[in-house]
Design a protein around this ligand. Sequence first.
Ligand SMILES: [Cu+2]
Length: 224
Amino acid sequence: MERFLIQASTYAGSIDGVIMLIALLVGFWFLLAEGIFFWLIWKFRARPGEKSQYLTGKEKHVKRWITIPHALVLLCDVFIIIASVRVWYDVKQQLPEADSTIRVIGQQWAWTFQHPGIDNELDTDDDIYTVGDLHVEVEKTYHFQLQSRDVLHSFSVPVFRLKQDAIPGRSITGWFQATETGDHDVQCAEICGIGHGIMAARIHIEDAQTHAQWIADASAATTP
Ligand SMILES: [Cu+2]
């Protein structure tokens, strides 16, 4: 499948799969319905000497044009629902064991990231706080605790196909696992005020050695 944006998380491919399934099914019915529509316009066009039929809409041979496609479209919906629920369960309902936990805090208009330091424990003295730069290690499972200091925000990492609303007063836990190294965009995907559009950040997906080095450097810089 042609990829428009790289897939850098374990579940990115399955989310793209659902979107592709919906696009194909909806696309098929759209083209078919429009095709039949224009064919009927052409077939029943006005012609000299031909009288138009009077249809109440209740005739069996007319109603079939509604009931049969209706049933088939509902069947397609069932396929979409089954595929979506399976992906939703994997991404949102289950929580694989974490190698590391980070905290993501949205506010007007920046993202603050709280990383565990060398001890890999959150809320200890060696935590590393950054604004606008999230550092993670590739192929490690992360839990994130998503919070907001003011209004609704939405933590969006397009290459992960991850999007989760941040709600003031709540701490929402989710997970991801990056599959390849690289630097990518983090966005806010919920209109949160005049600075919403500039609420961009970066995620740095690093190999184990680079990530360990970053933690060491950041700890040395912040530890008195
Ligand atoms: Cu925001």
